[in-house]
Ligand binder design. Structure first.
Ligand SMILES: NCc1[nH]cc(CCC(=O)O)c1CC(=O)O
Length: 326
């Protein structure tokens, strides 16, 4: 392959099945954020392996979550609203890898697929977005706040029960338009998504995790592949950020232990300090009337066990019906 011969750091992959004539097919949703993440993944692979852009093909796949825009995600139900169609394409061999916002990924992947590669995690915080107010505490009594996230809704109502929450769906651009139209006084967006979209200036008011603990895996991009595809596994190993994987192992084990989905208000954040990991976790009643929080600290390699243990504690304290609307 001529292009590889020209590369500054030729990868030891002369027998690779990928190249300009058989590009590595990268599956992604078509939203601006998803495309930005797919482009970032491609750029990292190009750099790590000295490959030209023509060695990759970006394949856009429409998911149920993209198709149904008039109802809250929590109502459509089912797991993996943003991932099912993409995973089918992976299993069918129509794509070779899939780039995901890990926040939107169910705790378990279908048989035959794995996430073995994470890009370095971005800022994990939510940003408070409003043209008139500087933060949750500054909102006038009874103000309307737009969000479609059960977690953000519950956390907000826990902190400010007077506020009215209105349903806010659609991608980042749609939500900002609704805000400009005055449908609500404020909304929330992940700092990470805004940065990836080149809209970091909108994230002027990040919210401390103590006030709004982020969603499991917020700010992390994961790359899914067929479990048996060793060539892809080796290719991706060069761009894997291991500390991010350790943090997500803890948070995703927590979610699995709580049977978490879009319908359960869960916040979680694992942070590394050297080889120690600290996991903070909380669950809330959907109306925000009660919040149960816990923490674990231990060796970074024990994240999954810590997540499972924290989940068991919270499940026990919550009892049945905790996640039902009260
Ligand atoms: N649920 C949609 C979604 N999935 C990932 C992000 C942001 C980027 C990230 O957290 O990695 C967003 C938008 C948002 O919550 O503001």
């Amino acid at each position: 392959m001529q292009s590889e011969a020209r590369a500054p750091r030729p990868a030891a992959r002369s027998s690779s099945r990928f190249g300009a004539h058989a590009p590595l097919r990268i599956g992604t949703r078509g939203s601006p954020l998803a495309l930005a993440q797919a482009h970032e993944t491609r750029a990292r692979l190009m750099r790590a392996h000295g490959l030209p852009e023509s060695a990759f093909e970006i394949v856009v796949i429409k998911t149920t979550g993209d198709r149904v825009l008039d109802r809250p995600l929590s109502e459509i139900g089912g797991k993996g609203l943003f991932t099912k169609e993409i995973e089918e394409a992976l299993l069918d061999g129509r794509i070779d890898i899939a780039v995901h916002s890990m926040k939107d990924m169910p705790a378990q992947q279908p048989e035959g697929l794995v996430i073995a590669c994470y890009l370095e995690r971005e800022d994990v915080r939510d940003a408070f977005i409003s043209s008139r107010h500087a933060g949750i505490a500054a909102l006038p009594p009874g103000a309307r706040v737009g969000t479609s996230s059960l977690r953000r809704r519950a956390q907000l109502r826990h902190f400010r029960p007077d506020l009215e929450v209105v349903e806010f769906r659609g991608n980042v651009q749609t939500r900002l338009r609704k805000l400009a139209e005055g449908v609500a006084e404020a909304t929330f967006l992940a700092v990470a998504g805004l940065r990836r979209l080149g809209m970091a200036d909108l994230a002027a008011h990040p919210i401390a995790p103590e006030v709004m603990l982020p969603a499991v895996a917020q700010g992390a991009i994961g790359i899914e592949q067929r479990a048996a595809d060793d060539e892809v596994r080796a290719l991706l190993a060069a761009i894997d950020h291991a500390p991010t994987g350790l943090r997500l192992a803890a948070e995703r084990a927590l979610m699995a232990g709580l049977d978490g989905s879009c319908r359960t208000p869960i916040g979680a954040l694992a942070e590394l300090d050297g080889d120690r990991l600290r996991l903070r976790a909380e669950i809330l009643r959907p109306d925000g009337s009660e919040r149960l929080a816990t923490e674990r600290e231990g060796p970074a390699s024990d994240g999954a066990a810590m997540g499972a243990d924290a989940a068991a504690e919270l499940r026990g304290r919550a009892g049945p019906g905790f996640f039902d609307w009260g």
